[in-house]
Design a binder for this molecule. Structure first.
Ligand code: NIG
Ligand code: FE
Length: 397
């Protein structure tokens, strides 16, 4: 058993859980000043004020945080493209000179440029790159990372990326990884479109499901990428095979992919930069989590997702990095929290819920993690801070 005492605050988030992450207010954070927590390897045994520590725990050797650190539920980055090789700094320069993300993709850059580099890299090289990145994220307090494939776009390449996810799970056993198959990220240039969709549905998805290489299947459903019909077809097949689903939705254009995600019972609809008013209402009344990726709006210089409308209408809102070499080359969830405060007008309670309970819900992990309550897994983060707001007031890039 372990005992932490004298945390400047322990933020349990119990109220956020009670409200299923909807419209979180400051009281829902359940901030305990001069807090303490008792836990063993498997679960949290007690949380409260240090002065209220029950007698039965009094003999434990305490690690005092001297009121210099805070304790939060482990931060969850629920949308990343972490396994990739190569750089797109030249494309970045082209974008800075005025060329659009989509125009770069049309001339063979964009996702394709990363597919080329990732296909060339060995599994060991990809693993090494991913480990360095994970170590950075962990140093910023992130404890849970979702990681997508999607830079292979053929059987071999996709499986190679998913294998790296499995290696990460083994190496970082103090963290949790959620693996997502995103074979439908773009279309291969060396194969007809319909053939590739057949490969996804008849070869890749059955293999991924059989070998348990992914928890979830995602599709980039957008203008120039997968149509709503193709998205529905692929995700229905994934569901048939027992995989859960999520959708890259309404990022470049409103194609009503958010509604499709809700219709299909997806864990989450992600991006929502161009989501319509009607779809905001639709997702707000569903259990599908709206995953917002402010770093992408920042890096692509586009308007941010309508976080206020989503939250005010009652949606479960999470935020994540979308870390990838094209649309958000940054892996700091804390920087995303800063952007959410500044540009999406989110309050501390909303940001807190968005990187803990709601982000866990976007990965269907909220039954065991996401808040610090008795019986849950002891997955928590420690920060050198006096209060929650400090961890994103200081810009960590
Ligand atoms: O989430 N939207 C699709 N995929 C990524 C971008 C991938 C890339 O540009 O390499 C995203 O923004
Ligand atoms: Fe993405």
């Amino acid at each position: 058993m372990k005992l932490l005492t004298h945390a400047a605050e322990v933020i349990t988030g119990s109220g956020v859980r009670r409200k299923f992450g909807r419209q979180p207010k400051v009281d829902d954070m359940d901030r305990i000043p001069d807090g303490a927590m008792v836990y063993d390897e498997k679960r949290i045994l007690w949380v409260g004020k240090t002065k209220d520590l029950p007698k039965r725990f009094a003999k434990l050797k305490a690690q005092s945080l001297k009121n210099k650190k805070i304790v939060t539920p482990g931060l969850v980055d629920c949308h990343t493209h972490l396994v990739h090789a190569g750089s797109r700094s030249e494309e970045f320069a082209a974008r800075c000179a005025g060329e659009s993300y989509e125009s770069i993709a049309k001339r063979g850059g964009g996702i394709w440029s990363t597919v080329r580099a990732t296909r060339e890299a060995t599994e060991a090289e990809l693993f090494k790159l991913a480990c360095e990145r994970v170590e950075y994220a962990r140093s910023t307090g992130v404890k849970v990372i979702e990681s997508k494939s999607g830079y292979g776009l053929n059987i071999e390449g996709e499986i190679k990326q998913l294998n790296v996810n499995q290696l990460l799970k083994k190496k970082f056993n103090d963290m949790i990884f959620s693996s997502t198959f995103l074979g439908a990220h773009d279309f291969p240039k060396d194969q007809p479109r319909a053939d590739y969709i057949r490969d996804i549905c008849d070869v890749m998805l059955p293999l991924v499901a059989k070998k348990k290489l992914a928890d979830c299947c995602d599709v980039f459903s957008d203008r120039g990428y997968y149509t709503p019909e193709e998205t529905r077809y692929i995700l229905s097949r994934a569901k048939e095979l027992g995989l859960d689903i999520k959708v890259h939705a309404d990022e470049l254009q409103n194609t009503e992919a958010t509604d499709l995600a809700v219709d299909l019972g997806a864990w989450s609809a992600d991006h929502l930069l161009k989501v319509s008013e009607a779809s905001v209402r639709r997702i707000a009344h569903s259990n599908t989590v709206a995953v917002l990726l402010p770093g992408t709006a920042f890096f692509l210089k586009t308007p941010y997702a309508p976080a206020r409308r989503l939250i005010d209408d009652g949606a479960r809102v999470a935020i994540a990095t979308d870390f990838n070499p094209g649309s958000c080359n940054n892996f700091s969830l804390r920087f995303m929290m800063t952007l959410s405060a500044l540009f999406m007008n989110m309050s501390a309670a909303e940001i807190f819920a968005a990187v803990t309970f709601n982000a866990a819900a976007a990965l269907r992990l909220e039954k065991t993690i996401g808040t610090l309550e008795v019986g849950l897994k002891p997955l928590f983060s420690l920060f050198d801070a006096e209060k929650f707001e400090d961890i994103y007031y200081k810009m960590t890039v």
